[in-house]
Write a protein that binds this ligand. Sequence first.
Ligand code: ATP
Ligand code: MG
Length: 241
Amino acid sequence: MLVVKDLKKSFGKKEVLKGIDLTIEKGDVLGIIGPSGCGKSTFLRCLNLLEKPTSGHVILEGDDLIDNKELDKIRRKIGMVFQQFNLFENMTVLENITLAPILLKIMSREDAKKEAIKLLDKIGLKDKADNYPEELSGGQKQRVAIARSLIMKCEIMLFDEPTSALDPEMIGEVTELMRQLRNEGMTMVIVSHEISFIKNFCNKVVFMSDGKIQEMGTSEEIFEHPKNELLINFLSKINKR
Ligand SMILES: Nc1ncnc2c1ncn2[C@@H]1O[C@H](COP(=O)(O)OP(=O)(O)OP(=O)(O)O)[C@@H](O)[C@H]1O
Ligand SMILES: [Mg+2]
């Protein structure tokens, strides 16, 4: 579904991604782990071209996103959820969710509103439609951020540390929604420092370090039978914490 070929990204002289090759199949739930600063967020941002790769290819269902004239159209298929929610503070929950489909003329205002209310029901926040983000808890904000991707009928969702800005008691409500999406067959790529979450939630795991994929495998392969020295070292540091 999504194929990444020899993806490289430099900022000035600093090479952050040094050639990433990866294939994500429909329905995959892929976790990305690795030390801070190894390029995980940069990689996610390159997948939907929020960051333009220096070279290489990102191919979604046969369409190469690099230098594609239809980029905006293709990009709609890719949802993104950030650590800091990135909601518009001056808009209500409903306005936040309906903004993109209305602006991009994908839905009429009326249809967008109907769809948003359906989604709010799904995420358990129907009564918050007219509230502003500042009136919501972190967990509620993150669920709204997820709904904002869902209204675009995205086919793959990228999550960058979706729970790390949340108070511990709010993590569950967000992971529960993610679980629901997974069970519905959503293709997901999740970057997280919550190693036990990645271990239990994802069917495939990638370990990145130094701008490269050092090891890739099933959750069991990565966590129970790691082979790469850097991965073994990374896991042993985590287990000591
Ligand atoms: N816009 C930018 N300009 C210059 N350097 C950048 C930019 N974005 C990221 N970098 C650098 O690229 C490297 C990788 O950053 P990135 O945020 O992708 O790491 P990460 O693996 O997500 O780390 P963390 O686990 O701490 O979130 C870092 O050295 C960072 O300073
Ligand atoms: Mg990051």
